[in-house]
Design a protein around this ligand. Sequence first.
Ligand SMILES: [Zn+2]
Length: 1012
Amino acid sequence: MLLHPCLFFHLLVFVIFTSSLDFKRQWICKPASKFPFRLKATPEKDYSSSVFLPTTTFEQRANAATKELQIQQWWDEKGICDEILRGGGDPFVLHDGPPYANGDLHMGHALNKILKDFINRYQILKGRHVTYIPGWDCHGLPIELKVLTTLDDTTRKSLHPLILRKTAASFAKQTVMNQMSSFKRYGIWGNWTNYYTTMSPSYEAAQIRVFGEMVQKGHIYRGRKPVHWSPSSQSALAEAELEYPENHRSRSIYVAFEVVQTNNLTLSLPTYLVIWTTTPWTIPANLAIAINPNISYAIVCHPSILRGSPLILAEDALGRLVSKFGLQNGESFEILSVIPGQKLEKIVYKHPLNGRELQVVIGGEYITPESGTGLVHIAPGHGEEDYLIGLQYGLEIFSPVDNRGCFTVEAGPDLSGKEVLSEGNLCVIRSLRERQSLIAEELYSHKYPYDWRTKLPTIFRSTDQWFASVQSFKSEALRAVDSVQWIPRIGKNRITSMIESRGDWCISRQRSWGVPIPVFYRKDNGEPLLSIETINHIEKVFRDHGSDAWWELDLIELLPASYRDIAHDYVKGTDTMDVWFDSGTSWAGVLQSREDVRFPADLYLEGSDQSRGWFQSSLLTCVATQGTAPYKRVLTHGFVLDEKGTKMSKSLGNVVDPKDIIEGGKNRKKDPAYGADTLRLWVAGADYTSDVCIGSNIIKQAAESYRKIRNTLRYLLGSLADFNPTNDSISYNLLPSIDRYILGLLTNLVKEVEVAYEEFQFSKIYQLIMQFIVVDVSSFYLDVSKDRLYISGRQTYRRRATQTVMNEILNQMLLILAPILPHLAEEAWLNFPYPTNTTSIFQQKWSARNSYVNSDADRQRWEQLRDLKNIVNKGIEKARNAKIVGAASEVKLSLWTNDSVLRSLWVDMMGEDDLLPEFHLTNGIDDLRFILSVSEIEILPEIGQENKEDSSITESFSRGDTGLTIVVRKTPSSKCQRCWFHAKSVGSSTDFPQTCQRCSEILRKQNFIKRC
Ligand SMILES: [Zn+2]
């Protein structure tokens, strides 16, 4: 026998329909155009052409890599997305957080954009006017560096900012185009023609406007902050421009600071606080000594150190310090007392070089006895931690070092003009020694930041920077956080604690690729000019020309007309804004600047790390100027990890590329092309509220679910090949009980799915849909309905009723699947066997669907029957294993129960003894024979009445007082070659002796001629 290719399909399909494996019917994979079913006038060798098997143009194979692209093209050509997004209805705005326009997309981007698309497409189906404007963050250091690394040293050094900016802009533009095409491939719908970037003139102008409003409200100020500074290139450096060579040798010193006020602590004076530093040149800028309040400090002495005066050191550091301080073998400190760290706070000491009186402060947990002395020298002008402590204690940001890395006069007359990294360092050490404050000195090898260009050491130095005073609107910001709905709730705690503990926001950067801080400085005294008039003027200039104008235009054009005569008294600033200020003002650049959106947004949706980033910068700029949050709801998702839950990294080689999932990896056997919908189904199934995992096996599971959904849709489409709801539907009231029951389940499913969509619980939607498809539809309803669909006459009530139900399942299922699997849903829609009332599934409306309700009694009845069917299936399976029967249709079933209600339910559902052309005892549908898919059924009056001599399988169950027994044995009747049921009447027809009476009557009506 030739194996028809369709048999493969038939095997696949029926893997899903597991409960009645005997009732196999092969699909006919012929195009729907051959419909209606041919009724044979010529002799046939069997009855297969007389049964109505499913047929459809919807292919079994997804071939998603090609077909999804065709569907996307079709959406474009028909203008479906544009038309839908232009539609009316209550507006819904999910505001896109702009990804950085640098490099390729990773799984995190895919997760983020796909989640957004689920929500947008659901809202479209709900009839909302959805506006989704994708955006990109284009300025900033990573792109600037990317441009710089393509240039040689000489070009780089002589590079004009405008050239760099043009190159960076073109790089960003290209990346935007690349990323956009990937996002579109994921099936993301949005306004791809009028997207936003942070480098567009109108966006930059809006950003300047927000900055101006913050200036006007007094939230912007100029202050000092330590930054990495390269004396060799006389410029501030970002972290990415530093190199950390090993074995940099520093002269490290142990310095004693004399206590002058003990602050209620009993100390005999003089006592000394001892610190350790690897940067002696920062000692002139010392403004505090920090301790850890949670460790113990010892007061010790030794006759050879500072004439035996008491020294304060971390208790656990003593053993290590013995040799550092030059004590001989076997010698140790004399411990006078041990005190908890917190008692040292507010002790006053005297600076050995300048005589200033300064205080001991509380530092962080980073202070330990493991290195140094457990007391840390604090110079707020020369270190990040120092700076933060300085802010906390209101210390001056003192940094007596100039651009060239030389001490200024503020460091003292002895030091002024000396290079801090060479002579200045030595000079400090010498002065400390002369004042008898130097306890010890040693060379110290460690990693140290170098300028990546000059290959020379850098320093930490404070420079003038621009700040947003978060302190002045912090409580307002926290109130705004309260007014927002955070999903999941933990997102709220995260951002609240971050805002509570944060300091002011340094918004200036010493870079070229960004939006300039629109400030001018007087040439004579450096005083900044930043007025509402000048800012408004710059806003207009940027709107007309983009921010390149800052470098292109003369001062006279950058300043308003009223400054024309004095323009030459000013220079323009060279700082640009922090890129978080760029993206953080997108509510102004997009939501407030465009007509088709609204402010505040209905939803922001990004990774949980954006509590530190975009959620926060958006909130701060918006609260500072508008007094409100830019969003009503914020949804956060976790990160994507590999299959084992490990972070993905190039070096580990465990990076999963979304492109490989869609288009296939290098090894197509291992990583086939799954298409975007399988990727999307993975997103739907993942619990995004925490980190999510992906890998070959996980995506395989998603692909398997996709296949089950696809096959079910295909079966439904095929079953409706000769059905048109307008003419062929049976009204709900006339439907049999099983059909009304399954429609009730469908309505429940859609309701639950709707709630889950509203609450963004996509993994719940995934579970609900899979459960319905596999358990309720495939294994139960479609299995039970096959006899009605294939065997009954075409126009019969039995057949049209189940088609009515299948049509309803198909339509509603596509609606709820469409946001998650848009390509599959659209493909199915395009393969409908009858004309649909809209071109695209996405023009359907959720509200237009039908609703069906099961009564409690009906639901209970069908739950009991499904229980019975499961029990019977188990019994048949045992009988099959025992070789008593080969298939369920060979089964004669005996049933017994002492539950009178259940028994009367069975009795009501007992049909005729035989398969006859007309059903009289039941409607031929709510009939136990067909529900259980067996040929013969008898209800036993008492247990033990069954004939034990037969070869049979008996299964008994009891629940409480009720008992149930089934007996499975082989029916003595012959098999009907058309419907495969066994019936007494097989052989009674002269025309069709191999069929039952029911089938022979149908064949007669079909004028079927059987070849003998
Ligand atoms: Zn038959």
